[in-house]
Write a new protein. Structure first.
Length: 134
C-alpha cells in the first residue's frame, strides 16, 4: 500500500538529498520562519539579483550595521554621520565593471579611472545623472 502522508518525525536527517526534490519544489512559502540560519548558507549563496526590492529593511539588519552611514557635511554646514574610518584615506576600485550599473536621475557618482566597461555589462547614465571619472 502506498503511503499517503509522511511527517517530518518519520524522516531521518540526511534521508532526503537535493536530487530527490523537483525543481522549485521548495519555496519561501513552504519554509517556516527562522528555519534557515546564517550558518546554513554557503558563502555567496545569495546574490543581490535574488533579493526582491524592499525585502531588506532596517528591522531585518543587525543593530550594529548602520545604513547610509558615512561622514559628511550637510548643506547647512552641520557635520553628520560616523567619523570612524576618516583616517582611511584611500578608496580603491577595480578598473572594469563586473555588472550592470545605472546612475539614476539626479544622482552623482564618481570613480577613479581609467574605467573599462566589462564584457557583457552596461553602464547607463540617465539624462540628469552624472558620472565623474577622476
Amino acid at each position: 500500500m502506498p503511503l499517503s502522508r509522511v511527517t517530518s518525525t518519520g524522516i531521518q536527517d540526511g534521508t532526503i538529498a537535493t536530487a530527490d526534490l523537483a525543481d522549485n519544489a521548495v519555496n519561501s512559502a513552504k519554509i517556516g520562519i527562522d528555519v534557515i540560519a546564517a550558518e546554513d548558507l554557503a558563502n555567496n549563496a545569495i546574490t543581490t539579483a535574488e533579493i526582491t526590492d524592499g525585502a531588506v529593511t532596517q528591522a531585518k539588519i543587525n543593530s550594529s550595521v548602520a545604513l547610509g552611514s558615512g561622514y559628511y557635511i550637510g548643506k547647512d554646514g552641520s557635520v553628520n554621520g560616523n567619523a570612524n574610518g576618516r583616517d582611511n584615506l584611500f578608496r580603491v576600485n577595480t578598473n572594469a565593471t563586473t555588472g550592470n550599473v545605472t546612475i539614476a536621475a539626479n544622482n552623482n557618482a564618481s570613480v577613479t579611472g581609467p574605467l573599462t566597461i566589462g564584457n557583457g555589462t552596461t553602464l547607463a547614465i540617465t539624462s540628469t545623472g552624472r558620472l565623474a571619472i577622476i
